[in-house]
Design a protein around this ligand. Sequence first.
Ligand SMILES: O=C1O[C@H](COP(=O)(O)O)[C@@H](O)[C@H](O)[C@H]1O
Length: 238
Amino acid sequence: MSETPVIETFPTVDAWAEAIAARLAETLGAAVRDKDSAVFAGPGGTTPAPVYRRLAATDLDWARIAVTLVDERYVPETSPESNARLIRDVLLQDKAAAARFIPLYTPEVTVDRAAIVAAHALADAGGRFDAVLLGMGEDGHICSMFPDSPTLKTLLTPTLKPTVLGVPHGRDGAAPTIERLSINLPYLMSAGRVILGLKGAAKRRVFEEQAKGDPKIQPIAALIAANVPLEVLWTEEG
Ligand SMILES: O=C1O[C@H](COP(=O)(O)O)[C@@H](O)[C@H](O)[C@H]1O
């Protein structure tokens, strides 16, 4: 029986970001010591910047760490919508400038072709993440797994191998409005550590509701049902 993870509460964004960065650094450092390399995957969006800033300033053997994204919009890095742009501007700075970045976006003919290229690049880097940071939208999407969307079934199939999939526009104006690339559930099931960082009262409510929802149409419920070892860290400060 899968259990809803406990939500750990932090009084400020600073304390929340510090705790997340420390946990990610601990796991990445241990992976480098054990096997000489590590892979970190993180989100885009408005939430992770304070965590990325702290992580970038952390003493790790960054030259042995590969950094990638859990999802991406099908846009080049010159676009303000690019998640890679956030990673380059905020995480791959300071000490973390020595890390190797594996983008999900490449300028292929279609988003599905770009997903195949990204899937190969991640497979070449080991096909498994040591540490993952996730964000969640107020509609309950994580990575580019949107509740009740057409590609959700494939993204959430636990028996597939870890891979990257193309995510088309939602129909009739539904999210996502830009084509996307997303890792699938098996990447989260096989990860060494998975932290979900939430800010604000609205996201806590959404998480609590969706955690009890239908794992066929709600990604949060699907992660819990698949026993993804989720650590949920929340601060009310938005
Ligand atoms: O579209 C996205 O949104 C989510 C959540 O973003 P936030 O702005 O509410 O933090 C993010 O986790 C994901 O990587 C991004 O592509």
